[in-house]
Design a protein around this ligand. Structure first.
Ligand SMILES: NC(=O)c1ccc[n+]([C@@H]2O[C@H](COP(=O)([O-])OP(=O)(O)OC[C@H]3O[C@@H](n4cnc5c(N)ncnc54)[C@H](O)[C@@H]3O)[C@@H](O)[C@H]2O)c1
Length: 306
């Protein structure tokens, strides 16, 4: 027999869903025009991996200038100490810890130490990463495993280390460094693209898992950063046809945009910003061969190191 009550309640549920979908769509568009105010980070303990060089160092310097307490983590002790020295010269608060973030036990031990010596981490920035750049058949098993351990697994170890205390306080912010290579496939970067797509997957799934949690953990925020090319030396042979459109940014410029995105709690950004719209509303809407034709025109990518 036809269940009229069930049908009516389904119609109401659908209408309510449509209202919510439209409201959130308009709110999202409004947020692009008028972004939320940047949050204060003076009381935050900010744990950043890969602070010994490049983007990680510049992000650490900027958050320290804003008054946050920075936990600098790198496998390279001396370059990491140098970052802490630079922060302290500017009267900032920073602590240096040497850690190989691929080692889960070491990450767990470090988390305990940081909580004892510095306090509860409220912003976690998973930045450390490497980028072997050559055709897939030339990449060795060792290179691929190491890259996945740093670029993917280390994100999971630090999340497992710091998420429990964020959940307990319903407060925190997890930031991950993906890449434009996590939004589109690129020649010479097959394993790297896989690792950066994985980072975006981890971040999206984590946000969904926490939103589905009955404890209503809406105090934990997520930001994924997708830089194109930043002149840190990581990307050794960039190839760019239209420099103005897809410009190489300095580590300092990238850090300014990253810190701003974190403070405004933006879910995902590309650096430069425009690439997000090019990717989402042009590249992804086209059939693959049409998107390839645009790629050929832009002739942009990364040449092999070898
Ligand atoms: N530079 C770019 O063009 C670019 C573009 C897109 C995405 N990214 C991403 O941004 C992040 C930072 O890149 P970058 O250019 O600043 O790199 P970088 O090479 O300048 O610095 C990386 C830092 O991570 C540290 N590190 C490496 N392995 C580690 C480990 N196992 N444990 C702890 N620390 C480790 C290194 O010692 C170094 O200090 C990476 O995840 C990278 O994939 C960079």
């Amino acid at each position: 027999m036809f269940d009229i009550q069930g049908a009516i309640s389904l119609v109401f549920e659908l209408l309510w869903t449509l209202i919510k979908v439209n409201y959130e769509t308009i709110r999202g568009m409004w947020r692009v025009v008028v972004p939320p105010e940047p949050k204060d980070v003076k009381d935050d303990v900010i744990f950043i991996t890969g602070t010994g060089h490049g983007i990680g160092r510049e992000v650490a310097l900027r958050f320290a200038k804003l008054g946050g307490t920075i936990v600098c983590v790198d496998i390279n002790a001396s370059s990491n100490e140098e970052t802490v020295k630079l922060i302290k010269q500017e009267k900032g608060k920073a602590h240096s810890y040497q850690c190989d973030v691929t080692d889960r036990a070491a990450v767990m031990q470090l988390a305990e130490r940081v909580s004892r010596e510095v306090g509860d981490v409220s912003i976690l920035i998973n930045n450390a990463g490497i980028m072997p750049c050559k055709p897939v058949l030339k990449q060795t098993e060792q290179e691929i495993k190491l890259m996945n351990n740093i670029n993917i697994n280390a994100n999971l170890w630090t999340i497992q280390a710091f998420l429990p205390s964020m959940i307990a306080r319903n407060h925190g912010h997890i930031v991950a460094m993906s890449s434009m290579a996590g939004l589109m496939g690129l020649t010479n970067l097959v394993p790297y693209c896989g690792s950066k797509y994985a980072v975006r997957g981890i971040m999206e799934a984590l946000a969904v898992e926490l939103l589905d949690d009955p404890r209503q953990l809406n105090g934990i925020k997520f930001t994924t950063i997708c830089p194109y090319i930043v002149d840190t030396g990581l990307c050794k042979k960039p190839r760019i046809r239209f420099q103005n459109l897809m410009k190489v940014v300095t580590a300092g410029e990238a850090a300014d945009m990253i810190v701003d995105a974190v403070r405004r709690e933006i879910v995902e950004i590309t650096l430069p910003y425009e690439l997000h719209y090019l990717n989402r509303y042009i590249y992804r809407l086209l059939p693959f061969p049409a998107a390839r034709a645009w790629n050929a025109f832009f002739n942009t990518g990364v040449d092999s190191h070898e």
